[in-house]
Design a protein around this ligand. Structure first.
Ligand code: TXA
Ligand code: MG
Length: 326
């Protein structure tokens, strides 16, 4: 369910962006912390507010697929196909950047991450920013997830407010995010397509469109900081437990614990909080970060999380839980 936002508020948010301010806004994946992507000083503020290292590139959100060729100096056939198949939607393409794309966005790399989000509020904001377009200008909203560096991504406006509320200029509340985990990232700037971050759109979905499955990322420097092990972490330590070890792990855990599992608690279980996760990967992803936040705030000393079932449909959730476990 999306909350609709008056056009007047959208116009105001676009004005804030144009004047160099920061606006948090909903996307279908998670909330983003947005700045005018053509304004390096505004983009620098994102890094300051998040406490994020300047070498980490940010994703540029575009008003439509028509803007792709302004931002990328090469648009390979595979990129064209993926954009056509999945935009607007939860897929980020890493491409060779066009001239004029600032180092502030790319962390000094020769590539830029691009996506067209599908949330109606994000699209309305982007289209307001694009009004008066001359057909050549670089138009986009640079936005990482609207959390402090290394913390759980926000999937509601309340999450954003609690983490960054006093440090940013405006928050657009579009209701809870539908997907709940960050976009899939595919790097098409190299010799072969590489999957930098799994998400709702899986490797198989990509293979179906471009004919080859993307490779696991190479061993280069932190090209995608989302791939740092400690990312998406709650403050309380999280232990990821395989189903076959579950009963033993539960019995052996002497710390005050909260739990997220695919099963119900046994009778008389002493856990502070026990959240049953949905057995459908999309429903599970939708609630994942809100659940982690709730457990984190429950006063436990450890979070026990049951590992998801095997199989490609669980790739995104599995990835985020592994990272949360650090
Ligand atoms: O779903 C999403 O992607 C959300 C919403 C707001 O769009 N955004 C998001 O941004 O998750 P962030 O900054 O938290 O994560 C962006 C990821 C990082 O891992 C970053 O390294 C990668 O995208 N990235 C961006 N540009 C890149 C580039 N040129 N090369 C490699 N990775 C890039
Ligand atoms: Mg993030």
């Amino acid at each position: 369910m999306h909350l609709s936002i008056p056009q007047q508020t959208i116009e105001e948010a676009a004005r804030v962006l144009r004047s160099g301010g920061l606006v948090a806004f909903p996307t279908e994946t998670v909330y983003g912390l947005g700045a005018d992507a053509s304004n390096p000083a505004a983009v620098a503020r994102i890094f300051a507010v998040k406490g994020r290292p300047a070498t980490h590139p940010v994703i540029v959100h575009l008003p439509s697929i028509a803007h792709l060729a302004r931002w990328a100096r090469e648009v390979p056939e595979a990129a064209r196909r993926l954009a056509k198949a999945f935009w607007p939607g939860p897929l980020t393409l890493v491409l060779k950047r066009a001239s004029g794309v600032s180092d502030a966005l790319t962390g000094g790399q020769d590539t830029v991450g691009l996506r067209v989000p599908s949330h109606p509020v994000a699209l309305a904001l982007l289209s307001a920013l694009a009004s008066g377009d001359d057909g050549r200008r670089l138009i986009g909203v640079a936005a990482p997830s609207a959390n402090r560096f290394g913390r759980i991504s926000p999937t509601t406006a309340a999450h954003v407010r609690s983490e960054l509320g006093d440090r940013i200029d405006m928050i657009l509340d579009g209701g809870p995010c539908e997907v709940g985990i960050e976009s899939t990232i595919v790097d098409l700037s190299g010799a072969r397509p590489a999957l930098l971050r799994p998400g709702r759109i899986g490797a198989q979905d990509i293979a179906r469109v471009i004919g080859t499955a993307p490779e696991a990322p190479g061993g280069e420097a932190p090209r995608a900081p989302g791939t740092l092990e400690s990312h998406y972490a709650p403050q309380c330590p999280l232990r990821l437990v395989r189903p076959e070890h579950w009963d033993a792990a539960l019995a052996a855990e002497s710390r005050r614990r909260s739990v997220m599992a695919f099963r119900a608690p046994p009778p008389g279980d002493p856990s502070i909080k026990w959240i049953c996760m949905a057995l459908d990967p999309q429903a599970c992803a939708h609630d994942l970060y809100a659940n982690l936040r709730e457990l984190d705030a429950s006063g436990c000393e450890v979070i026990l999380a049951e590992a998801p079932p095997p199989g490609p449909r669980w790739e995104g959730v599995r990835d985020r839980l592994k990272r949360a476990a650090g």
